[in-house]
Design a protein around this ligand. Structure first.
Ligand code: NAP
Length: 321
């Protein structure tokens, strides 16, 4: 069985930044790629809001660069994803692809969160061609065009409100008449003159023309009739699911499933296990915030391995590092 000082699970911006920092600290991290190597950014096209790239950079290229940077300092990569973990004692044990066992003195969990998808015809093949799960990333490409946002929660309200900055109009498409979103977010959306509503309809299929989204077909839940809502941009905002199943309840999660961390640190409820990126952040969910939290996790691991085995992470502040 291979034994390492630090194992990092996931290769989004959080995991790869943690890998860069841990490798530069000479901790020789081994990084498990995950089931979506490179993370959610590999599903997008141009990234225009990651500092340092005035002319934008393609998502896959940015992730490739981060990986090369980590490799340059000695990080090594394992193909596959963590399917189980034993965190009951150190060294921790991690099973990859249900068969390969690894041991690690410290663990950084950066397995991310996956955007929930509708699972309807046409949706997956049109991701990046009009179907998006990230308004902040892709809204800019729909200047003065009509946009649809699917969902009735806070995310849908927030994304729709944000998208009115660009779109000619934004229609919120929701499967019920009642919204799940908080009152304040609903009010903000309802008071926005650019936001229209298509309520009590179920999305049926995404239609395309010349390889790009052209409309969403929906079924009216009251009459059973189908109709098409023309659009070039379809934003799916029906929630995210943090990727924590493999932990099997060994680390404390919040009510939705995000890993709880202590104070401003990346420490979880298991000593020696740290978390960063979207798997512990239901709020910001940006590449740059994930990268920042990956940096914190690597610095916390370094401190932990230096011997402060009973460190009080709740008292940690950024300044203490
Ligand atoms: P959510 O609250 O779970 O809402 C998901 C929405 O998508 C629901 O309206 C749901 O419909 C709909 N939906 C789910 N599956 C669907 C499907 N297969 N087809 C069609 N519609 C589907 O998720 P969220 O909006 O991402 O929010 C998650 C958490 O983050 C919440 O606690 C929220 O308050 C928080 N959040 C807060 C803010 C903020 O305060 N600024 C912003 C974003 C998120 P039903 O209602 O019919 O189930």
């Amino acid at each position: 069985m291979e034994r390492h000082q630090v194992m990092i699970l996931g290769t989004g911006p959080a995991g790869l930044t943690a890998a860069i920092y841990a490798a530069r600290a000479n901790l020789k991290p081994v990084v498990v790629e995950g089931n979506e190597p490179g993370g959610q950014l590999t599903l997008t096209t141009e990234i225009e809001n990651f500092p340092g790239f005035p002319d934008a950079i393609m998502g896959p290229e940015l992730m490739d660069n981060m990986r090369k940077q980590a490799e340059r300092f000695g990080a090594t990569f394992v193909h596959g994803w963590a399917t189980a973990a034993d965190l009951s004692k150190r060294p921790f044990r991690v099973t990859v692809n249900d068969e390969d066992e690894y041991e690690a003195e410290a663990l950084i969990i950066s397995t991310g969160a996956s955007a929930k998808m509708l699972g309807i015809a046409g949706e997956s093949e049109l991701i990046g061609r009009g179907v998006s799960t990230c308004a902040t990333c892709d809204g800019f490409f729909f200047r003065n065009r009509p946009i649809l946002v699917v969902g009735g929660g806070d995310s849908a309200m927030e994304e729709a409100t944000f998208l009115t900055k660009f779109a000619s109009e934004v229609t919120i498409v929701h499967r019920r008449n009642e919204l799940r979103a908080s009152k304040v977010m609903q009010e903000r959306a309802r008071n926005n003159p650019k936001i229209k509503w298509a309520l009590n309809v179920t999305p049926v299929s995404v239609q395309s023309q010349d390889g790009k989204v052209s409309a969403l077909e929906v079924k009216d839940n009251e009459t059973g009739e189908t109709r098409t809502l023309p659009t070039e941009g379809l934003f799916v905002a029906i929630g995210h699911q943090p990727n924590t199943t493999f932990l099997n309840g060994q680390v404390e999660l919040d009510s939705v499933g995000y890993i709880k961390t202590q104070g401003v640190s990346s420490a979880t409820t298991v000593e020696g296990v740290f978390a960063c990126g979207d798997v512990m952040d239901p709020h910001y969910r940006q590449a740059i915030t994930a990268a920042g939290s990956g940096c914190k996790a690597a610095m916390d691991v370094e401190k932990f391995l230096e011997g402060s085995s009973s460190h009080d992470w709740s008292m940690s502040s950024a300044g203490a590092h």
